[in-house]
Design a protein around this ligand. Structure first.
Ligand code: HEC
Length: 160
């Protein structure tokens, strides 16, 4: 009986996930907790794509180039969806609590390389300052702040 209930719960969970699709922060929300606990159980913990040396270099580069806007711990601006008087978005959190984990690695690389001005934003372009290896290192450090469940969902989506 128990396992049947569990199966039912898993099915409902998957259905909910399919419906909510691109929900913003799976780790928040009261009822969301149960949903994502089940989701976490279903997903294996992935080997991350980056190496420790990359996160070490990336951490240094982040403090030098990114922390001024995104904060030293990548927590960014809490109200990251609110535009300022000029209609510009503030630097968002990159630590897995906001929207960043919706983007595949090539998209994240492009944001850092080309910046956001081309899309009406204010994020500077780093293509002229950092090599592609350095940009990967910064992104590795950023992703090292993502909890396993966020990383697992990101990984699953982007390997499809
Ligand atoms: C001058 C402030 C500033 C600096 C410095 C800066 N950013 Fe940003 N960043 C922003 C803003 C503002 C946005 C929101 C998009 C926009 O306005 O272009 C953003 C967006 C992003 C995004 C997309 C986030 C998402 O959820 O879609 C990533 C990734 C990112 N920044 C990474 C970095 C990294 C890595 C560095 C350092 C190499 C960096 N940023 C330096 C201001 C900055």
């Amino acid at each position: 009986m128990r396992s049947r209930n569990h199966l039912l719960l898993t099915n409902i969970t998957m259905l909910l996930l399919a419906i909510t699709g691109c929900s913003e922060s799976p780790q928040t929300g009261r009822d969301g907790n149960t949903t994502h606990q089940a989701e976490t159980e279903r997903l294996p913990v992935y080997q991350r794509w980056y190496k420790r040396e990359q996160t070490e270099l990336g951490g240094l580069l982040f403090q030098q180039h990114c922390a001024v806007c995104h904060k030293a711990d990548a927590s960014g601006t809490p109200n990251w969806k609110e535009t300022d008087a000029a209609g510009k978005l503030p630097p968002p959190p990159l630590n897995g609590t906001a929207h960043t984990w919706h983007h595949a690695l090539p998209v994240l690389r492009r944001v850092v390389t080309l910046g956001g001005a081309r899309l009406g934003g204010t994020m500077p372009a780093f293509g002229g300052k950092l090599s592609s290896d350095e940009i990967d290192a910064v992104l590795a450090w950023v992703q090292s702040h993502w909890p396993d469940k966020i990383y697992a969902i990101w990984n699953e989506r982007n390997s499809q």
